[in-house]
Design a binder for this molecule. Sequence first.
Ligand code: FNR
Length: 388
Amino acid sequence: MPNFGDFQLEIYLGGLAGVRPALPMTFAELEARAAKCLSPEILSYVAGGAGNEATQDVNVAAFDRYGLVPRMLAGAAERDLSTELLGVSWSSPLMLAPVGVIGLCAQDGHGDLATARAAAATGTPMIASTLSADPLEDVAAALGDAPGFFQLYTPADRELAASFVRRAEAAGFKGIVVTLDTQILGWRPRDLSMASFPQLQGKCLANYFSDEVFRAKLEKPPEEDPRAAALAWALGFSDPGLSWDDLAWLRSLTDLPLLLKGICHPEDVRRAIDGGIDGIYCSNHGGRQANGGAAAIDMLGPVVEAAGDAVPVIFDSGVRGGEHIVKAIALGASAVGIGRPYAYGLAVGGEAGIVHVIRSLLAEADLLMAVDGYASLADLTPDALLVR
Ligand code: FNR
């Protein structure tokens, strides 16, 4: 099997024929080019975070406190980044985190489908958001053989929640990821300055508008009165009172692997495990929800320790390069997600832009493991890191 790092050879060989990569090779350039491709409202929604964005920034900066220690003559000529997780085979630990307005990051407004196709092209697992421009059935179909998971924003209406889960199961998703950190929307000054929230304009609500349970409770169908339908969505988006007591109900909705996203405290890990979940998703939503928080990567170690051997921990927030993937794995993550990087890739280059971002991240991670002498994910343990 080829190593992911071979991507660099492809680029250098292209250079011999006078071809330079059309897509950015650094995150800074990717971000700058995406800013020119997206409308001000969508750019604000994607790039922005909560408050003065200190948490969003520290999510990235905190990775620098961890340094990978090189090992020599360790036989890492071939690397194996594959893993078995949540009942499926992963070609690498990289995954596409749920991004609610990804649909609008594509020129044609169908970014969820472009993401699914990029996932299929690279075999990268995708977690499809509840807030999608296309119905989850279409996203699942575009995923081909790539593993797909459905992210649930638990609506106030429990029948609707059950309907989403049933649909996700029928569509072939391999697990349900319940996001817990968005029972209420965080304070986002960039979006507030624009007075813009795409979903309120009826965008990215295809899963709701195509749902019989949701439609049955509207006076007029969304096609006739989209404004009233969007308002109904806003009023029933979540149950802010959802508590640990409701975990048994969530668990009862499916036999698929169930994960909780947004878990950052060891005690919450223990409660989740007691409630019968199958995986922990350690994340602070990329700093979009609560400002003033700790860096997500700093919370990963204690979360992994609390999870022990009981369930796997997957992670996102602040991952911008291959080194971040490697460090998160060394701290105990079983898989590592990206949000904004692939949203920017889509904005800049469509489906090919996402594929480019995925290949670049994996090539960097793979080459780092090669240079530093770590041949497999199992070799990456906390001992591989020096902590400043
Ligand atoms: C998100 N995120 C998110 N999470 C989720 O569970 N459901 C969702 O619909 C969304 N929507 C969403 C939109 C946008 C524009 C972004 C940037 C993020 C959070 C996402 O899954 C992930 O936790 C973060 O994006 C990870 O941080 P980075 O990689 O963006 O730093």
